[in-house]
Design a protein around this ligand. Structure first.
Ligand SMILES: *Cc1c(COP(=O)(O)O)cnc(C)c1O
Length: 420
């Protein structure tokens, strides 16, 4: 049993920054001018949201202006239209807008009445929100190790984590590739557990021909600006094929209120603003092209890195399940304990890269009371030491890719120092 009181909520805050969460994702950087000079002198950002928005700026401004003039800042027609379009893309009957991907996860668990005394199985190698949703409801996150090649939860290790208290499994479609869902769905059916997909990084992805978000009882999407469909701020959505769950999700997202001022359950206030839906609706029409551009860049990295012989030093990302990988990240493993020095070398050259995620969730201070020993999830801990995500945003140029690979070659092909 988890001792909730063990968490240090009542102790005074530690000095400095010990308990202040760092941003989940690299801050959205302002536009960097496209490189014009020789490859090695150009800077390459990890991501450039302004290059993403610039070509459709006028359309976005027009859509947002229309909302401003209408005065319907909540529940405007753009929200319903965008929900319908996301449902279509996700192959589900229903889609319910909410304020963020984090809220989507929380609402999914709330709608399924998961809370105190329950356990929820999920990977430790994911963004914090996957686990905090369960924790906030009084449920216990139970962390399962990942598969080495996909970075996704290892289906073979789930069964041993199931107890009589287990209620749900949350596979995360990390970096844009679906988790190996069939064995997870089969096991969940056999054990009578819910499956909630964390598809925050995987809008438009599929497992075979089944879209992300359509396989579990609910799918959770995020429109955080660094996601494949990034908004003008926060936003999220839930997808489901179950009409009862859809109704409960809407109920919980609206303070449990129905009819007005009559509260059937204690929910939260979580809505997708009309302005966000309007902007996202414009951007959704370009998503397929952006996804295909990401895939092109990923394939070119594969070729360039192999041609340069860098696959000796780097483990390249693998597509391990059939279907569409949407490449939210192109994430390599750096061999020989050189990840941090490589990242620093790239940064010194003006090339953005990021570590998603440096500290697995089972080793986070806030979950210390769960008492996971160091080494308890070896693949997760190895990934946290080795991964490095390279720029793969849709608008990046071939020159920029050459620049990234040239710097990787320069940095990796000199003799490795001791203790990188
Ligand atoms: C981004 C993300 C979330 C949370 O989404 P927000 O919209 O930022 O709240 C949850 N899970 C994963 C895997 C994510 O990448």
């Amino acid at each position: 049993m988890k001792s909730r009181t063990a968490s240090p909520t009542l102790t005074p805050p530690a000095p400095a920054t010990a308990t202040i969460p760092t941003p989940p994702i690299a801050p959205v950087t302002p536009a960097t001018p496209a490189t014009t000079g020789p490859a090695l002198t150009g800077k390459v950002p990890l991501l450039d949201v302004n290059r993403n928005n610039a070509p459709i700026r006028d359309e976005i401004v027009a859509a947002v202006t229309k909302v401003i003039d209408s005065g319907r800042f909540l529940f405007g027609p753009e929200v319903t239209e965008f929900e319908n379009n996301v449902a279509k893309l996700s192959g589900t009957k229903h889609a319910i807008g909410c304020a963020s991907g984090s809220d989507a996860l929380l609402l999914a668990l709330q709608a399924l009445s998961i809370g105190e005394g329950d356990e929820v199985i999920l990977p430790s190698f994911t963004f914090f929100a996957t686990a905090s949703a369960a924790w906030r409801l009084g449920a216990e996150p139970v962390f399962v190790d990942i598969d080495h090649d996909s970075f996704n939860i290892d289906p073979a290790r789930i069964e041993e984590a199931i107890t009589p208290r287990t209620r749900a499994i949350i596979p995360v479609h990390l970096f844009g590739q679906c988790a190996d869902m069939q064995p997870i769905l089969d096991l969940a059916k056999r054990k009578n557990l819910w499956v909630i997909e964390d598809a925050a990084q995987a809008i438009g992805a599929s497992y075979g021909d089944r879209p992300a978000g359509s396989m579990g009882i609910a799918g959770c999407l995020s429109f955080y600006p660094t996601k494949n469909l990034g908004g003008l701020g926060d936003g999220g959505m839930l997808t489901t094929n179950d009409a009862t769950v859809a109704e409960r999700l809407r109920l919980f997202a609206a303070h449990g209120m129905n009819p007005r001022y009559y509260h059937r359950v204690v929910g939260i206030n979580s809505r997708l603003d009309t302005i966000q839906a309007a902007a996202l609706g414009v951007k959704l029409t370009r998503l397929a092209q952006w996804t295909s551009d990401r895939a092109t860049h990923a394939a070119r990295y594969d070729d360039l890195l192999k041609e340069a012989g860098l696959d000796q030093h780097l483990e390249l990302p693998k597509q391990t399940v059939p279907g569409t990988h949407v490449w939210n990240q192109y994430t390599v493993r750096v061999k020989g304990q050189r990840r941090d020095s490589l990242k620093a070398g790239l940064a010194a050259a003006g090339v953005g890269s990021e570590v998603y995620y440096p500290v697995p969730l089972h080793q986070q201070e806030c979950f210390a009371s769960l008492r996971y020993a160091s080494g308890s999830l070896p693949e997760t801990e190895a990934a946290a030491r080795e991964v490095l995500s390279l720029p793969v945003f849709p608008e990046m140029t071939i020159d920029e890719q050459f620049t990234v690979v040239s710097h990787l070659a320069r940095l990796l092909q000199r003799p490795a120092r001791h203790a990188a």
